[in-house]
Design a protein around this ligand. Sequence first.
Ligand code: ZN
Ligand code: ZN
Length: 600
Amino acid sequence: MSKIHVMDEILANKIAAGEVVERCSSVVKELVENSIDAGATLIKVELKEAGTKEIKVTDNGSGMDREDAVQAFSRHATSKLISEDDLYRIDTLGFRGEALPSIASVSEVTLITSTGDVGTIVKISGGKLLSVENGDARKGTIFQVQNLFYNTPARLKHLKSLYAELGSITDYMNKIALSHPDIQFRLYNNDNEILNTDGTNHLLKTIKAVYGLNVARKMIEVNTSDEDYKVTGYISMPEVHRSSRNHMVTIVNGRVVRNQELNRIINDSYHSFKPDTRYPIVVLEIEVDPSLVDVNIHPTKMDIKFSKLEELKELIANEIQNKLHHKNLVVKAEPTVSEEVITKPKYVEQTLVLEKEMPEQKVTFPEWEEEEIIVNSDFVNEDETLFESQNENNQELEMEKRMPEMYPVGIVHGTYIICQNEEGMFLIDQHAAKERVNYEYYMKKLGNPNQISTPLLFPITIELSTSEFILIKGKLDVLRNMKFVVEEFGYQSLLVKEHPTWLPKDYVEDSIRKMIEIIIQEGKHFSIEKFNEKIATMMSCKHAIKANQYVDMKEIEQLIFDLRKCDNPFNCPHGRPTTVFFTNYDLEKLFKRSGFENLK
Ligand code: ZN
Ligand code: ZN
């Protein structure tokens, strides 16, 4: 029986035709998701000129019979949906199929498909059926789209640069690969390989294929659940971060979704472990009863709503914080490998030259036998180091043991403390380390309501502008709760009579001014947590030893002692590393000592 049912008219009208085909990436998305639905375990996407000349998607899925192959291009046909009601009960990747006629109407399409007996070749140009012929019987589908938008020049103009088109396709392919580690994905542009995943259903290996070995080695496994949600996946160590939020990937029941609140909670969970303007690499798989989520049914969107969002946020935040607080996160120096080079997307290196002539029109069935992954020794070694470092990463350490014991031996440039232990050498940034120690001290003080205050011998007058004064008058409680004794004084001044004991006396005026500044900046969004954090960060920096400031050995020992006791000894409150570690092996490598057996 035909798998394609003709949709009823109402539904067809609801789906704005063509809306789905905006860019090359929307064609790739459509075709790849059809392949997934067809049960493919290998999906190969080959592009010419970032897809503008040609997009060819080859799969080993169930294929179509002759009738379905032809009907797939008739406008109101889909294999997914039978009636309007079905729209609201979608648990596959979404509703699609209706995009094929749209794609075929703005390009030249060749479809070669077979369910395993007789194959079918359908050719369509600008929406017109040119021919239907018998083809190869090998099971699977090849969908070739050439010269996209050739008959709609206005659309063609709208395509962004080749670089942007390829970037968008790569981004999509990376995410679909991460959400389906059990499927082998290949992506090529002008015969250059961009992505190649092994389909062994191992998420970490897929992460390696997408982000490179260096990132994969620095991923921490997460795994937690409650009655409603199960959350698994990987989060990057805080030293690995990116300028874009785009690498926080959330997959809900196998589908990549977008939820800003989840991104925010993930990012906030890293607070003070990394700079606030940088974002971690995170791949989270969330399993939940479909009745608890509401997926926006627009075919091009991936927005999702959770009915128990707060619960999920807490579950994720707790798990990430728990993992970050039980690991040795000292940055390891990697003297010989530059991470930037390795993790740069591969397509950057490719030259994107628009070819004048038409690409060769050759369509053949895939030779799966040739596609076998060749397991060479390099590959095995890479995976071994991947899993070795994973074992290291997943070691849960007690709080005191996370930051290893180390012994200071000297200072470079009055700034970097050199320490050593049996494992190797540490460099500690004295300012960053002291900032961290101070920060945690001030956070404790600020969070504790039972403070006492000290009277000032001479009260301090703080003059403000009229607008500052008006704003601050409504917020004097914030200062009073911190155990400042402040009064209004004249038209636009404050009189400070007492200050909390933990605040150094010669710093009262400066700090009050800064506090007022922060209160004014935050305005309506004022929250005491954020305020405390900002105050603690600001004061921790002001009162830290500066770079180039002399400190004696005793102070250094105290600093290392205090740092090791911190909740997060690895970063300053701004997210910079406090400590960098060189293993003995790294040192030997730097001096070309390793490998020379007879070296003394
Ligand atoms: Zn600082
Ligand atoms: Zn800092």
